[in-house]
Design a protein around this ligand. Structure first.
Ligand SMILES: [Zn+2]
Ligand SMILES: [Zn+2]
Length: 213
């Protein structure tokens, strides 16, 4: 083994050159965690063992491409800033009357823009500098939760287990009632709100001028 890594092409700083007795270079090993990287075998992973991928700081054995705490914090701040900048430029949807999602207030889901505006205002930290128009809120589409297929449940469940199950379907009257019940269930199914994060809605100012008087 030699440590003259500066003279060996491809050996990054902080890695030791491992050679066989005949002098042939076989691998580079990390001088911190000792993990060897065989030439032409797993060289693409070199440097991802125990080092921060950004600054090279020691982050412990087997970090495998993670960042140190400081770099992760910095990368996350950059990510959040880029996301916030991108959100500012989302197109506005006019006339949205349904539910709204915004992470500027808890619990984030609101029946409409007015409810969202009230909650965001109530939870804002600095009313003096707060600007409602800067709040990113997304319109939500509404759909129904799927309803189990009653006929299928009954027929499949019983037909598989019992010889006198509904092999050819339940008797006509029972089938009619199951279908009717199915329709009632579908009508009563819970709603699911999906935020459209590719657009935003403008929240109205709150409190309104009328409230302030
Ligand atoms: Zn290492
Ligand atoms: Zn780092």
């Amino acid at each position: 083994m030699s440590t003259d890594e500066d003279l060996t092409p491809g050996c990054p700083p902080g890695f030791l050159v491992l050679s066989s007795p005949d002098g042939v270079v076989r691998a580079f090993a990390c001088d911190r965690c000792g993990r060897p990287f065989a030439l032409d075998l797993n060289m693409e992973y070199i440097g991802t063992c125990c080092r921060c991928r950004d600054c090279g700081a020691d982050v412990g054995r087997l970090s495998l491409g993670l960042r140190c705490t400081a770099c992760e914090r910095a990368a996350s701040a950059v990510r959040i800033a880029a996301q916030a900048e991108a959100e500012k430029h989302l197109p506005f949807v006019d006339g949205h009357t349904g539910p709204v999602f915004t992470d500027r207030a808890s619990p984030s889901w609101f029946a409409d823009v007015d409810e969202a505006a009230e909650a965001v205002w109530d939870q804002c930290h600095d009313p003096d500098t707060f600007v409602m128009a800067n709040v990113i809120a997304h319109p939500c589409t509404v759909s129904k939760a799927s309803t189990p297929d009653l006929l299928d449940l009954v027929q499949t469940g019983w037909d598989e287990q019992f010889t006198d199950g509904f092999e050819d379907g339940p008797p006509a009257e029972l089938e009619r009632r199951l279908i009717a019940l199915q329709k009632d269930l579908e009508a009563a199914a819970p709603t699911i709100w999906h935020p459209d994060t590719s657009t935003r809605v403008l929240l109205p100012d709150y409190p309104t001028k009328d409230d302030e008087r």
